[in-house]
Structures are given as C-alpha cells and as structure tokens.
Design a protein around this ligand. Structure first.
Ligand SMILES: Nc1ncnc2c1ncn2[C@@H]1O[C@H](COP(=O)(O)OP(=O)(O)OP(=O)(O)O)[C@@H](O)[C@H]1O
Length: 307
C-alpha cells in the first residue's frame, strides 16, 4: 500500500526555484532515501511533506489524506525528526516525551515504549542537556514516534552523532520499516543510504534527476566495473592481450598503468591476471572499482554527496 504520494511538488523562494515538479511515492515498509548536494531542495521537500510549508503547486497525500499546513488528520500520520534538535534541555528525557505526548494527544504509555525503542530507558530521568549529541538525536527520534505515525521522516538524523548512536538510529529505522512503517530518510552519508534504503531519489537543483534501487540506478547509467593495473614490462603487448579477454570492454594504457572497463570485475580478474603474467609482464598493484551510489551521484550531479 502507498503511504506517501507526492505529485508535482514545486516551491519557489523569490528567484530560487527550490523544488521543481518533484513526484515520488513510498510504500508501507519501504525506506526511501532522498539524496542531494547542499541546497538541492531536500529540506524544502520534507517541509512540504510534513505540512510545515505550503507548496506553490502539487499535492502530498499521506495514506490518502491530503497534507497541508492545516491538515490535522494528515499530520497525525507523520512523525518528523527535524535536522535541528527540538527538545527542552531543562527537562529529562522522560519529561520531554510526556510533554510532547500531551501535545500530540499520544497515550502516556507510549513514553516508556519509545524510550525503550531508542535505547534510552536507563537514562530517561537525566536532563536532556546532559545527553550526548547522539542521545539527544535519539530522543528526537523517540518524539517523532510517540503518536504511532505511518510515515517517519528523518532529516539527516545521523549528522554529527557518535558511532554508537548512529548504529542505534539505523537499527531503529530497519526495525520500524520491518514493522511496516514507511520511512523517508535524508543523509549525507552514502553508505547509510546503501545499507538502509530500498530505493533512493537523487535531487539536484530542485529536480528529482533519478530514482530507483541502487542496482537500477547503476545499470541505467551504464556504469561498469573498472580494474586499474600498475605493471612492469611490455605494456602495449599487455594491452593487446587484455583487449582479447572475454568481458573486457575497454583498455586504456597510460604511463605504467592499464585501466580496464569490464562487465564483472570479480569474474574477470583471475583471467586478466593470468593473461598478463603468461606474457611476461609483472603486476605491481591492482585496484578494483565497482560502481556504487557515490558513482551514480557524482555522474548525475557532478558533486560528491559530502563536500
Ligand atoms: N526560507 C527560504 N528563503 C529563501 N530561500 C530558501 C529558503 N529555504 C530554502 N531556500 C533556498 O532553496 C534552495 C533549497 O534549499 P533546501 O534547504 O531545501 O536544500 P537542502 O537540499 O535541504 O540543503 P542542505 O543539504 O544544505 O540542507 C536553496 O537554494 C536555499 O537557499
């Protein structure tokens, strides 16, 4: 079942078209990663999805309910974990949660449950100001879960947190998705997107430039595995021999090195190495590059995700 459906979302700030005709959906139990360089339009998109900001055009539906800045029913279905921490430092973790539970009309019994989910039960009665950055963020996630949302929106939840909290947050997302929650996740960490997200959308200058599973994106761009070799010996002979090896698509020699574009590096490598050595050329080093989301992202946006 589709939980989130965005259709033709656009939003302008003065001369800047921050979000330009963005459409995507997220199904029950699916984790969708929204990736983009700084200023691409991620936060503006999220603000429209969570009903914080009105779109100039387009529509957001959450479990079939239209979202708007005044849509109480739709907002009840969304848990939002913003980039900026939103909690009271002079209240304990538990008091923060009780406060937000009363604000959202959530059951008080949810407080202990969400504390347990984010692994803060044993520190629940300490003041939030005494929490580490990672614990504060976990408390923020707990606040987002209080009212049992169908869609959880996390805006860079692991930015600047310690590895333990980062792992905890990622485990939480996995478990929540396994229980059927739809998750929208933005991050600057490509490996998180690779590990967590069933599908990703790449946004650049306000437009969704590509969308799919990691494999689909890599295949659509026609990216291939590469093998870089540093060699001693007759390079031109090695290049000729390698050009005839099955599944080698391109051979380029430069200096003492040869760069190969191949179909499947793991399968090709043993054949490549034996072809070289049987022609009296010595291999000094080998580097294999398999295309990943970072490659796709660079290809599409011309930028690294973390700059
Ligand atoms: N309230 C605003 N007023 C004017 N311009 C804005 C406003 N909010 C966002 N913008 C502009 O809209 C564009 C998209 O910004 P947005 O914050 O959505 O990007 P982002 O992808 O979330 O970036 P980051 O990764 O840096 O958080 C940027 O050019 C930004 O300067």
């Amino acid at each position: 079942m589709t939980v989130l459906s965005c259709t033709g979302l656009s939003r302008r700030f003065g001369d800047v078209l921050a979000v330009d005709d963005v459409s995507f959906t997220i199904a029950e139990g699916e984790t969708y990663g929204l990736l983009g360089p700084n200023g691409a339009g991620k936060t503006t998109t999220i603000s429209m999805i969570t009903g914080v900001l009105a779109p100039d055009s387009g529509e957001v539906l959450v479990a079939g309910q239209p979202m708007s800045t005044r849509a109480i029913a739709a907002k009840r279905l969304v848990g939002y974990v913003p980039q900026e921490l939103a909690l009271y430092p002079d209240l304990s973790g538990r008091e923060n949660l009780r406060f937000f539970a009363s604000l959202y009309g959530a059951k008080r019994s949810r407080v202990d449950h969400v504390l347990d989910v984010v692994g803060l039960s044993d520190r629940a009665d300490d003041l939030a100001r005494e929490y580490s950055g990672g614990m504060k963020r976990r408390l923020n996630v707990a606040i987002g879960l209080l009212h049992e949302p169908k869609l959880l929106v996390l805006d860079e939840p692991t930015a600047g947190v310690d590895p333990q909290s980062r792992n905890q947050i990622m485990d939480n997302v996995r478990a929540l998705a396994a229980d059927g929650m739809a998750v929208l996740y933005t991050t600057h960490y490509m490996e998180e997107a690779e590990r967590l997200c069933d599908r990703v959308g790449i946004i650049d200058s306000g437009r969704l430039v590509a969308e799919g599973t990691q494999r689909q994106l890599v295949e659509r761009l026609g990216e291939h595995d590469r093998i870089s070799l540093q060699l001693d010996g007759d390079l031109s002979r090695a290049a000729t021999v390698l050009g005839a090896v099955q599944h080698v698509r391109q051979v380029a020699a430069h200096g003492q090195g040869i760069e190969l574009v191949v179909d499947d590096a793991r399968e090709c490598l043993p054949v490549v190495l034996s072809a070289i050595s049987s022609n009296g050329v010595v291999v000094r080093s080998v580097e294999v590059t398999e295309p990943d989301l970072e490659t796709v992202f660079l290809h599409l946006t011309g930028k690294a995700l973390r700059e």
